[in-house]
Design a protein around this ligand. Sequence first.
Ligand code: G6P
Ligand code: MG
Length: 219
Amino acid sequence: KLEAVIFDLDGVITDTAEYHYLAWKALADELGIPFTREFNENLKGVSRMDSLNLLLGQAASPLSLTEEEMVQLADRKNGLYQELIEQITPADLLPGIPEFVADIKQNGIKVGLASASKNALFVVKRLEAEHYFDVIVDVTTLKRNKPDPEIFLTAAALLGVEPGNCIGVEDAASGVDAIKGADMFAVAVGLESLFPHADVVLPDTSRLNLNDLIKQFAG
Ligand code: G6P
Ligand code: MG
């Protein structure tokens, strides 16, 4: 029986996935490193430092950077990102999200947030969506990043529910793998071809429907 729905934030609740992309793209341009939207798919759901390493791996000739220089580059990207998220308002909730969350709560099902972003709480506050979530996992307490299931398992534990009774909602392949690793039902939002491991793939958030998902979850 479905007890909780656990959401990713960036690209699911709001389109901050686009802001992460724009900030990484600006940094890549400054460094003269090629960076495409296609390659950016690999960064979705991936921590700031791991993302930087993936981006640097695209350089034509390997850059040898000190630890300190790496931290400076990560800070630079985060500064660009934070400028973009300053502008967020409740109008930036993705289509269907307010209705979907209201439906979940009305059915007595719990709601969790499992975002790998250190900026998650700021974004949730800008969206005025704190009241959506019965729990928001603090990423700084975790040992392992997505695709490790730790973040989804932590959300379930804090909610006091069985992982097998949870649905996870993601826009990243690494996130879908984390959900499946946690033994949860995985709903992906985006292009079908990107999510071979998901239980359900929907083209966008406006298609999230609790009744349909409960049927697929039980089926
Ligand atoms: C989420 C996003 C990633 C981002 C990561 C860390 O998983 O999907 O694109 O790199 O969070 O975000 P942060 O705000 O801590 O740099
Ligand atoms: Mg995401």
